[in-house]
Design a protein around this ligand. Sequence first.
Ligand code: DAK
Length: 260
Amino acid sequence: MAFENLIVEKKPPIGYITVNRPKVLNALNVKTVLELIDAFEEMAGDETIRVVILTGSGEKSFVAGADIKEFQNLSPDDARNYAIRGQKLLNLIERLGKPVIAAVNGYALGGGCEIAMACSIRIASDNARLGQPEVGLGLIPGYGGTQRLPRLVGKGRAYEMILTGEHIDAAKAERIGLVNKVVPRDSLIEECEKLATTIAKQAPLAVRYCLEAVDRGLNGSLDDGLALEADLFGLVFGSQDVKEGVTAFLEKRKPEFKGK
Ligand code: DAK
């Protein structure tokens, strides 16, 4: 599949999606959102890909938000379609069935911060700056920022970021739990690859069910989440991988998981 605004690579078990509009700091126009949907669907359907790394081109930016130029003549109907497309993309990332690591290599603002929050794990370079500046444009976050940010950092800190629109640096983002880890810019992708490789060694079905249990569980009550965990725990016991994992441990060898 050919992309105009993305670089998409596969080095199994890792898939790489890079937003490639460095001149506008990788701002997301409609075409890029549509291409991201295609690229993530492609990664979801490829069994050789176990973890996806999402990043931005250039030295300065992960994604500096939605492309503000496209907001100029947006009708209410356009805005509605805009929202539907964006939600489709972010839900796809969050429910891909395989982990997505955001390699936050600079500005992650507005829709950029929201995309990073839909990823399973965020690793930031030391020059990263994150924020939800929408109120300064007369907007509110529209790709889930009002929902995912408080879930990650708590209500007070989320209010502070959303209501002031201020950017925070990588160290603060790590301190409040918005990113998992901060690493030097030059080793960002390498650090993400190390993490991806460790995850890719685990049983694929178990990884998928863990993602589902955490993601769906967080959206409901504790009782519903525990019931879901029990169901998935039962389901995973029907897999060949659980037999392989347990047998390999007892035979003191490395397991060979098949994802079945
Ligand atoms: N859109 C379009 N162009 C952008 C851009 C953006 N978000 N961010 C940067 N650029 C462009 C700049 O216009 C500039 O272009 P030229 O002037 O060279 O043509 C180029 O990128 C370089 O940017 P700067 O010259 O400004 O670079 P600086 O280093 O001085 O500043 C900056 C970097 C990131 C602090 C600054 O560029 C900036 O503040 N950018 C805007 C960041 C921002 O406000 N982002 C949030 C956008 S609002 C919705 C769902 C979601 C959303 C909306 C609706 N619905 C459900 C309906 C999402 C909204 C957003 O993301």
